[in-house]
Each structure stands twice: as structure tokens, then as C-alpha cells.
Design a binder for this molecule. Structure first.
Ligand code: ATP
Ligand code: MG
Length: 408
């Protein structure tokens, strides 16, 4: 089948009332940007709650895979189009039926072989008559074309409730015929829901948390706390590669890399070992909030999940959040089981990178018996021991941070 076009559906955006235009424009922009990076040339237009992509000289798989990375897209339907004739007329019902017969025959070559009643494939024709001047109603068109298909292919039978094959015909500026539906990622177009800063480590959870947040239309910047020489260049590269996975959906991700070594070392030398993780996490959050406010972001995002590790009990999360003063902290995977997170990680192609064996934290900084129920008052008191140097170290870390603009 040689497709020349795609019909793109986007259910949720269509519900957005007065803001609909804003969401649709954002979606069109995302689609155009993604397609610009593909081979071929495309025309992207928008009518009646659908995006229509007409393409030339494109690679089908490459194009579909690009469209599957546009948040807001719920379905991608490869279509065959039939243009109006020289007099501006759509094909009459005979010509339309002939197109439908050819289209289904090419799409499902097995229809041409005889099948006894038990092996017949069920189908339904569904017409949308947007051009109301077309002489037949939608129902008349469905019936007529359906009849012709039954005559052409003995192996078909009608099932209007749960058809295996749903042939859709749109009578618009041109005729669109389609029967295949490729699932899109869903969600909302990137950039329609504000901005957040993701605390991105090299682990499994935070890239998934970032993906899920971006999927709701949120623009992301990322922060990675690097602790050389305890964490290697390769660990940093791994985080860049994970940012790249997210950038494939969102476009460029600004990745801030903060050197955390001196802060970590100072906490390690000064505070009780069993509180190391909690205190470190509190400093990560404080610094991330500063970066987020600077970036004009509206929230922080982490990959924490209740009870996954000692630093992720409800008490620990509460004590961690306490230091974030102005922004909400979002934890999209907070109630997910590890396996559920892994499933998403695999689906977006992050898992292989996340499981590369470069530690995102040096083992000397991981306490043997971390507190699982830290108390805020106790932690605050122990943080006071850092008073002498910590503000200067935080300022230094912020001043020396590196910025990478990561693209897919
Ligand atoms: P992940 O798989 O995302 O690393 P995790 O289960 O290993 O999560 P932790 O290492 O305790 O959990 O980290 C909890 C969250 O804190 C992470 O999901 C991430 O958002 C953030 N985080 C942890 N370490 C770093 C780091 N070095 N740089 C940036 N963010 C970090
Ligand atoms: Mg981790």
C-alpha cells in the first residue's frame, strides 16, 4: 500500500472548549517540527477536529515513528486520498466504491482468497460526509460501498457492532480512505501546560517521571547532580542520553549539571551517617528549586515512589519536601510499583540506558542503615552543623553549573 497521507486524531484536546484553538495550534507546531526532521516534504493542515498530513517522498516507518512521539496525538491513520476532478467534483458513488474495493484489496490481500463462513472477516463502512453537497447521505454511502465490497470479496461479511475491519471514508475537500489505526502517545501538546524542572538521575524512575510529566504538555528542564570523581563521566553521559530520550518527545531539553561533590563531602563529614541521604536530598531539592525559579518553572518533578527505598517513605518524602519553599513537588510515579515503572521505561527506550552499570551515586555516600522515619526537627538540627560553609558551597555549586542543550 502506498500511502500519501495521514489522518491524525486527538480526542482529549478537542474537549478543551474555548482554549481549543490554542491546543490545536500547539499540536500543529509539534507535528510540523517533528516532520521537519524526517525525509520527504509534508503539508500539515487542520480541519474539523482532525489534522491532515499530506506527504511526498517520505519514508513510512520514519514518519510514523516521528508522529508517535507527538504528545496530544491519540491515533495515526495512514490514508489514501482521492482528489476532486477538473470540475471540482468528488468521485461519484460508483467511482468511490471502486476506490474502496481497490484500497481494501491492497491493504488486505488475503481478502481475495475464498473463505468459508467461519473464516470470513467482518467489516463495516463508516462515512463522514463533511461536504454536504455530496448527493448521497452518509448512510446511503455506507450501504452502497458496503454492498460493492461484499460483491468484490467473498471473504467479507458485515458486522456493524464489532467489525475487524473498519473502512472509514471522509468526503471533504478530497476523499480520504483509511482502515488502519496506529496508536499515538496521547497526552497534551508540549508547551501547553507550563514548565517544570526534573531532577534527573541516571536511574530508572526519574526519566519515566519526566516522560509522564512532559506527556501532560509540560515543558521540562532537567537538573543532574554530579559528584566527580565519585561519579564518572560515563554516568554524566548516561544522564545526557536519558535527557535525549525525553527530548525526542519534547524537543530540546536544557540539562543543568551541578557539581555536588563538595556539598556531599561536607555533609558526609559533618552529619550523622544514617541521615546522609535525607540531608543530601534536601540540598538537591533546595538547589533544584533555585534553578527552577530562575528558569520560570512552576514545579519540581522527581522519580520517587512511596516505599521503594529508605529515603522514599512518607516520612522521608515529607522531610524532603519541607525545604522546597515556593514550588510544588510532583512525583508522577509515586504510587507505581517498580515493574510498572520499568514497563514504561522499556516502552520509551530508556531502560537499556538506565540499567547501564555506571553508578549515579558513590557507594561511600550510601549509609548502611539509613533512617526510614526521619524527623524534621532532628534533621534541621543536624543541618545546623553545616552552617559554617554550606551557603558558600551551594552558591559555588550554582555558579559553576554547566548547561547542556540536549536534542534527540
Ligand atoms: P531514580 O531511578 O530516578 O534514580 P531512585 O529510585 O534511584 O530513582 P533515589 O536515587 O533515591 O531514587 O532518588 C530519588 C529521586 O531523586 C530520583 O528519582 C531523582 O528525581 C532525584 N535524584 C536522585 N539522585 C539524583 C541526582 N544525582 N541528580 C538529579 N536528581 C537526582
Ligand atoms: Mg537513583
Amino acid at each position: 500500500m502506498e500511502y500519501k497521507a495521514f489522518i491524525i486524531k486527538y480526542t482529549e484536546i478537542a474537549l478543551k472548549g474555548k482554549n481549543r484553538g490554542f491546543f490545536e495550534q500547539a499540536l500543529l507546531k509539534q507535528i510540523r517540527t517533528k516532520l521537519a526532521a524526517c525525509a520527504g516534504s509534508f503539508q500539515v493542515t487542520h480541519t474539523g477536529g482532525r489534522v491532515y498530513v499530506a506527504g511526498e517522498n517520505f519514508d513510512f516507518d520514519e514518519t510514523v515513528s516521528a508522529l508517535k512521539k507527538v504528545f496530544g496525538v491519540t491515533a495515526i491513520c495512514p490514508a489514501v486520498t482521492v482528489m476532486r476532478d477538473g470540475n471540482g467534483k468528488l468521485p461519484d458513488i460508483e467511482a468511490l466504491s471502486a476506490h474502496a474495493v481497490r484500497f481494501l484489496g491492497e491493504l488486505y490481500p488475503s481478502l481475495k482468497t475464498h473463505a468459508d463462513d467461519t473464516k470470513k472477516r467482518t467489516f463495516k463502512v463508516e462515512c463522514r460526509r463533511v461536504d454536504k453537497t455530496y448527493p448521497l447521505t452518509s448512510m446511503e454511502t455506507d450501504a452502497y460501498v458496503g454492498e460493492k465490497l461484499l460483491l468484490a470479496y467473498e471473504s467479507l461479511k458485515v458486522d456493524v457492532h464489532r467489525p475487524e475491519i473498519l473502512l472509514q471514508i471522509e468526503l471533504r475537500e478530497q476523499v480520504n480512505l483509511y482502515a488502519e489505526t496506529i496508536k499515538g502517545p496521547g497526552g497534551m501538546p508540549v508547551g501547553t501546560s507550563g514548565k517544570a524542572v526534573l531532577l534527573l538521575s541516571g536511574g530508572i524512575d526519574s526519566p519515566v517521571a519526566g516522560y509522564l510529566t512532559a506527556k501532560r504538555g509540560v515543558l521540562l528542564e532537567a537538573v543532574y547532580f554530579h559528584a566527580p570523581p565519585y561519579t564518572s563521566e560515563r554516568a554524566k553521559q548516561k544522564v545526557k542520553d536519558l535527557a535525549k530520550i525525553i527530548a525526542a518527545y519534547t524537543g530540546e531539553v536544557r540539562l543543568h549539571v551541578v557539581n555536588f561533590t563538595d556539598i556531599q563531602m561536607y555533609i558526609y563529614e559533618t552529619c550523622p551517617k544514617d541521615e546522609l541521604t535525607v540531608i543530601m536530598r534536601r540540598y538537591m531539592m533546595r538547589i533544584a528549586e533555585k534553578i527552577a525559579l530562575e528558569a520560570g518553572a512552576h514545579g519540581l518533578v522527581t522519580g520517587e515512589s512511596i516505599a521503594q527505598v529508605a529515603s522514599q517513605t512518607m516520612q522521608a518524602l515529607m522531610v524532603t519536601d519541607e525545604v522546597v519553599q515556593e514550588l510544588p513537588v510532583y512525583r508522577p510515579v509515586v504510587a507505581f510499583d517498580k515493574q510498572e515503572i520499568i514497563d514504561i521505561s522499556e516502552a520509551i527506550g530508556a531502560f537499556e540506558i538506565s540499567t547501564l552499570p555506571y553508578e549515579d551515586c558513590c557507594t561511600i555516600f550510601v549509609a548502611k542503615h539509613p533512617v526510614t522515619r526521619p524527623r524534621a526537627d532532628v534533621i534541621r538540627k543536624h543541618e545546623e552543623l553545616l552552617a559554617e560553609r554550606i551557603d558558600a558551597l551551594v552558591a559555588e555549586a550554582l555558579a559553576g553549573k554547566e548547561l547542556f542543550c540536549v536534542t534527540a
